[in-house]
Design a protein around this ligand. Structure first.
Ligand code: NAG
Ligand code: NAG
Length: 629
């Protein structure tokens, strides 16, 4: 039972129907069924007798004949042997809804018509997309053959030069796969060295593991020469050997010599020729059986691989499809729901990242705990608190005064000049947190949490845009807030703190009381009392100002982060997509469709994946219906 051939036939049909063939096999890295199926691909030059060989195998005339390039597309020919010797023969085309054609002349016409239909549509002279024909007959072996357009060295039939290469490339595409068995048809009445078929087979299969040679036209060799040395394998060695055939010549075809008669003439020729009489590898009958057995062997060997690859392919395709998201929704309610749901997913994921996570919360904390502190520490108050500057400001503000009187206006001016410096680090902190939040937006869009919108590039862009605009607004708010906080410190100086500073300054060392320190970390009363009274007076003013700034610095280090969290971080968690929600709610159907539209690449890819998945699934079902013994 070689129901395996029928299985491969069915798999091949499924593959052809769904656009998986030798020419498309490697498209987009999709798993190909075609590539896995063993097939016998027939190649040969334009006048090699290739068509006659195929017709002899089938026992029927059904291939378009004529001068020039007649076969313009590959023909996948599936032969199914019918057990009942009286059964009627017929053919079916895949493109034709498997309508049964009992008239082989009609089959020939249909091959031509379908070829023209397809090529005219594509505006091409030849195309690698196969036509699929199944022939049921009691006189055929179970066999599948792929007939390629004949090779040529020069353009014929008024075709452009490029046709030579096109035909060459096409044949190569079909025979290059490891599962292709190459049937290289070569006429015996020409030099083997010039055989197009043999030449190409050698190129793709140098070891000859997959090549079978067919020698045609043995009957019209030059008188006195024969091809015994080739058929015996001593002239040109092929691992799977040569088969000699004698088919109808052009004259026989013109005279419509019946196929049965041609077969008996072939037998007569070999029997009556002492060069070939004792050889086994001769005759169309032998060719049929040999090919059939060869194919069955190849299929049996390949079946476990086919089954495994199909299952693996299904898993991979489903994975990729899942990663692209489900299929599209069409109703307004459905679209609205989907957009809002995706927005919510984004917002949740964003908030989650902001609250914790290596790229989120932790980085923000670093800004507050490290960067802000460092920047504040790096502020340069020295220039302001330098004695000569202190003198200048005090004198400008209060005029010259006896040094024991506290120069109120001078203090005020000095403090204000110092305090304004805090604005810098505060604003930098805002900018840094803002940058982190922007990055979180981008990371969130690419995260697993948002993989549901991976195909909705428009929505992603909308989210990125609205989030970015919202963050910009929040940044402005945050900057205003921290600036206000610094301004508040400048506009109201706490007398209480001054009192404490003065008290601490007046205390003897080791007499308790709260420790009050200056910017350099020393206690306020820890200084050498030297120089002129005026010098000491100015120095004291500087120390007092420094102690006050130290006090404010401690406070701002705590309140600036609070302000940034309040105006920027928390707001971003709450209101990042607020505007988008409003936009979406006011969108009409067309706008919603736009938001949910996928880019062309995604659409195309999904179609491809779905098509291929369908192919592999039906293949898997086909295989399940067959039991292998
Ligand atoms: C050819 O295949 C058919 C259908 O699977 C099967 O019934 C038949 O036995 C096979 N014929 C030969 C000659 O092996
Ligand atoms: C046998 O065939 C060869 C060509 O293949 C031919 O040259 C030769 O004359 C034939 N011999 C006879 C006896 O027909």
């Amino acid at each position: 039972m070689d129901s395996v051939v029928q299985l491969v036939n069915r798999l091949q049909s499924v593959a052809t129907k769904l656009g998986d063939n030798a020419a498309t096999a490697k498209d987009g890295g999709l798993p190909s069924l075609w590539d896995l199926l063993p097939s016998i691909v027939v190649i040969g030059g334009q006048s090699s007798g290739k068509s006659s060989v195929l017709e002899a195998v089938v026992g029927r005339d059904f291939l378009p004949r004529g001068t020039g390039i007649v076969t313009r597309r590959p023909l996948v020919m599936q032969l199914v042997h019918l057990e009942d010797p009286a059964a009627r023969e017929y053919g079916e085309f895949l493109h034709n809804n498997r309508q049964k054609l009992y008239d082989f002349a009609q089959i020939r016409d249909e091959i031509e018509a379908e070829t023209n239909r397809f090529l005219a549509g594509k505006g091409r002279a030849v195309a690698p997309d196969p036509i699929q024909l199944t022939i049921y007959s009691p006189s055929v072996p179970n066999l599948t053959l792929v007939d390629m357009p004949g090779l040529t060295k020069v353009p014929i039939d008024g075709q452009p030069r490029s046709i030579v290469k096109e035909l060459d490339d096409m044949a190569r595409t079909y025979i290059k796969g490891d599962n292709a068995i190459i049937l290289a048809v070569t006429p015996a009445n020409a030099d083997l060295a010039t055989s197009d078929a043999l030449h190409m087979a050698r190129e793709v299969d140098p070891a000859g593991d997959r090549t079978i040679g067919v020698l045609t036209k043995l009957d019209i060799m030059d008188p006195g020469t024969d091809a015994r040395d080739i058929l015996e394998g001593s002239a040109v060695k092929l691992k799977h050997g040569w088969i000699g055939v004698v088919n109808r010549g052009q004259k026989d075809i013109n005279q419509k010599v019946p196929m049965g008669e041609a077969r008996s003439r072939e037998l007569e020729f070999f029997r009556g020729n002492s060069s070939y009489r004792d050889l086994k590898n001769i005759g169309t009958g032998f060719l049929s059986v040999k090919l059939s057995n060869h194919l069955i062997g190849a299929i049996r060997k390949q079946l476990p691989v086919i089954t495994h690859s199909i299952n693996e392919g299904i898993v991979n395709l489903e994975k990729e499809l899942e990663s692209m998201g489900g299929s599209q929704v069409a109703t307004r309610g459905g679209m609205l729901h989907l957009v809002l749901q995706l927005c919510r997913q984004f917002e949740d994921a964003f908030a989650k990242c902001v609250d914790g996570g290596k790229n989120g919360g932790e980085v923000i904390l670093t800004v507050f705990e490290r960067r802000l502190t460092d920047n504040i520490r790096a502020l340069d108050f020295h220039k302001i608190l330098d004695p000569s500057n202190v003198r200048r400001i005090v004198e400008e503000a209060d005029g010259y005064q006896p040094h024991l009187i506290a120069p109120e206006m001078g203090y005020r001016r000095l403090l204000q000049e110092c305090l304004i410096l805090f604005k810098g680090p505060a604003e930098i902190a805002v900018d840094e947190v803002h940058a982190i939040l922007r990055k979180i937006v981008a990371l969130t869009l690419q995260s697993d949490d948002c993989k549901g919108m991976v195909q909705f590039t428009h929505l992603q862009r909308d989210i990125a845009r609205v989030a970015s605009e919202a963050l910009d607004v929040m940044r402005l708010d945050a900057k205003k807030m921290v600036a206000t906080m610094v301004e508040m410190e400048r506009s109201y100086l706490t007398a209480e703190v001054f009192k404490e500073i003065l008290q601490a300054d007046g205390r003897q060392e080791g007499h308790g009381g709260e420790l009050i320190r200056t910017l350099s970390g020393r206690q306020v009363n820890d200084y050498i009392d030297e120089g002129t009274p005026a010098d000491r007076h100015l120095r004291k003013i500087a120390i007092h100002v420094s102690a006050y700034i130290t006090h404010v610095r401690t406070q701002l280090k705590q309140t600036i982060p609070k302000a940034i969290v309040h105006t920027l971080v928390l707001q971003s968690k709450k209101k990042l997509l607020e505007k988008l929600h409003a936009e979406v709610a006011n969108s009409d159907d067309a706008q919603l469709k736009r938001i949910l539209s996928e880019d062309e690449g995604t659409l195309k890819r999904r179609d491809q994946l779905l098509g291929r998945l369908k192919l592999l699934k039906s293949a898997s079902e086909e295989i399940a219906t067959v039991s292998f013994v």
